[in-house]
Design a protein. Structure first.
Length: 178
């Protein structure tokens, strides 16, 4: 092997879930578009500037942005979405990992119930699933996968990722933004 085929990186982020009130999803989508962040359709993800959005539940979106003052991102979205939905700060409740490299999909299929072949789950796709007995939200990004998991299970998932990636030439790197 000439170099690492998988790189594991922790992605500190402010994570806000936007939840549309009944029949108000279109309003939240307009607000986000006005903020230069078009919200993706169900099962999709999108990046714009320093923000990343994904949707794995109807009328709900996860918005990731670089860490700022605690609660600032949620307050921003709550103000923008007033009357249309709720913005919940999940920054302390979810951990994000970025896996990059040519062997990421091959490694992840060892513990994932989804078909992660590039044709079935191309870049821009998003899904919620169970991996190694842990709830995980996956988003296919160029060159890899973004994984979100509850903070309570993040250590277990990270240890599994490290052990499973070793045969592929794992390299762990410092924190980095998506």
């Amino acid at each position: 092997m000439s170099g690492p085929e998988i790189t594991l990186t922790a992605c500190p982020a402010d994570i806000v879930e936007l939840i549309a009130f009944r029949d108000r999803a279109a309003g939240i989508e307009r607000v986000a578009a006005d903020s230069s962040l078009p919200l993706p359709a169900l099962g999709a993800s999108a990046a714009r500037g320093d923000r990343f959005a994904l949707s794995v539940r109807p009328g709900r979106w996860l918005i990731l942005s670089p860490p700022a003052a605690p609660g600032r991102a949620a307050a921003h979205w709550q103000e923008r979405c007033a009357g249309l939905g709720a913005a919940v700060d999940l920054s302390g409740g979810l951990n994000a990992f970025l896996l990059t490299g040519p062997a990421v999909r091959e490694m992840l299929i060892r513990g994932c119930r989804l078909d992660l072949a590039a044709g079935a789950f191309p870049a821009g796709s998003a899904a919620a699933t169970i991996m190694v007995q842990v709830a995980v939200t996956l988003a296919a990004v160029e060159g890899g996968m973004l994984l979100l998991t509850p903070a309570t299970t993040a250590r277990h998932l990270r240890e599994w990722l490290i052990e499973t990636s070793r045969p592929f030439g794992l390299q762990c790197s410092g924190d980095r933004w998506i």
